[in-house]
Ligand binder design. Structure first.
Ligand code: GDP
Length: 139
């Protein structure tokens, strides 16, 4: 077991549908510690930079439009094996393919509008956490 941090986002679809509390409850129930949390709206530049690895994917423009469509909640989470633990709590990208009891299965409505984001590897987590939080936010 290794204590890790990961970046979670409650995406605009979930915030608009009033699901922030439900998702935070699941975060607590799963045993994560919230290190830092903020509600904010992304600019187009913010969203393009955050998802730069997906720049050449056919859904990139739709994804940027979706992620800038309303407020979202960014959260730095800490737990043993936080990266895989949070991805397991979220479920597969496509809610239709996600395991029963996961956030995306229970609450997601499409492969794009899947309620939450989670970092996929230690390097990505470090980049994504620093994209939103300063060292003093995380102290
Ligand atoms: P994740 O790591 O499970 O979030 O999945 P990816 O890194 O592959 O994709 C990033 C985000 O892009 C997903 O969470 C979805 O919101 C969105 N996305 C992924 N695949 C598609 C797709 O085929 N179409 C659309 N419109 N959005 C997608």
């Amino acid at each position: 077991m290794v204590v890790q941090r990961t970046l979670a986002i409650i995406k605009p679809d979930a915030v608009k549908r009033g699901l922030t509390g439900e998702i935070l409850s699941r975060i607590h129930a799963a045993g994560f510690h919230i290190v830092a949390i903020r509600s904010q709206r992304l600019t187009q530049k913010d969203a393009e930079g955050f998802y730069a690895v997906h720049r050449d994917r056919p859904f990139f423009r739709d994804l940027v439009e979706f992620m800038t469509s309303g407020k979202l909640v960014v959260i730095a989470l800490e737990a043993d094996n936080a990266i895989s633990k949070w991805r397991d709590t979220m479920g597969a990208t496509d809610p239709a393919k996600a395991a029963p009891g996961t956030i995306r299965k229970d609450l997601g409505t499409s492969i794009q509008n899947n309620c939450t984001h989670g970092s996929d590897a230690p390097q990505t987590a470090a980049f994504e956490i620093s994209y939103f939080f300063t060292a003093s936010d995380l102290a």
